[in-house]
Write a protein of this length. Structure first.
Length: 190
């Protein structure tokens, strides 16, 4: 290989490495930023929403067990904010793991899937309740678009695992377990 060819090859390799690093940094820590924007909406709206909408929904859906309505209506703003803080630790760990592994981490990719799927759950909740639910505004504007964009970047970088139905189930399970765990910790801290 001649000197000019080696220089071009080295430059191309350095550019590809820098692009891959930027992709991982943006998608990894972008997850944390997108989550923060989304959860700020939830923190800002949950208290008022639960005071005003839960009684209406309880009357509209009498078959839903009372313990669910009681739990939803009894979560105060401070407890909810603590739960969001605990969830923030989980999302920060996933983002850092994604960065550390170049986006290859199963934990990071499952968390990214969970984030996007949980945005779809927010939209389904809003449709089911025929109105706004906390998180429904940023789900179509931030959560779902960011997830699709980040998955596309990871795919182009060659690190995205193939999507399977099992991945969707794992993502939803991770979101459910992390949410329940965050709320349990928040109650204990309160």
């Amino acid at each position: 290989m001649t000197a000019p060819t080696r220089t071009v090859t080295a430059t191309a390799t350095a550019t590809a490495t820098a692009t891959a690093t930027a992709t991982v940094a943006v998608t990894g820590f972008g997850l944390l930023a997108a989550w923060a924007v989304h959860d700020l909406e939830e923190v800002a709206t949950m208290g008022r929403w639960s005071r005003t909408r839960v009684p209406v929904l309880r009357e509209r859906h009498p078959r839903v067990p009372d313990r669910i309505w009681d739990r939803l209506g009894s979560t105060d703003g401070r407890e909810f904010a603590r739960a969001v803080g605990v969830m923030g630790l989980v999302v920060a760990a996933a983002a850092a793991d994604g960065y550390r592994t170049g986006g290859r981490s199963a934990f990071y990719q499952t968390s990214l899937n969970a984030f996007g799927l949980h945005g779809l759950v927010h939209l389904a909740q809003a449709a089911a309740t025929r109105g706004y639910t906390p998180g429904a505004a940023t789900s179509p504007l931030v959560v779902v678009p960011f997830t699709l964009w980040a998955r596309g970047r990871l795919r182009r970088a060659g690190v995205l695992r193939p999507a399977r139905a099992r991945d969707a189930v794992q993502g939803l399970a991770l979101a459910a377990v992390a949410t329940a765990g965050a709320h349990a910790v928040a109650r204990r801290l309160g």
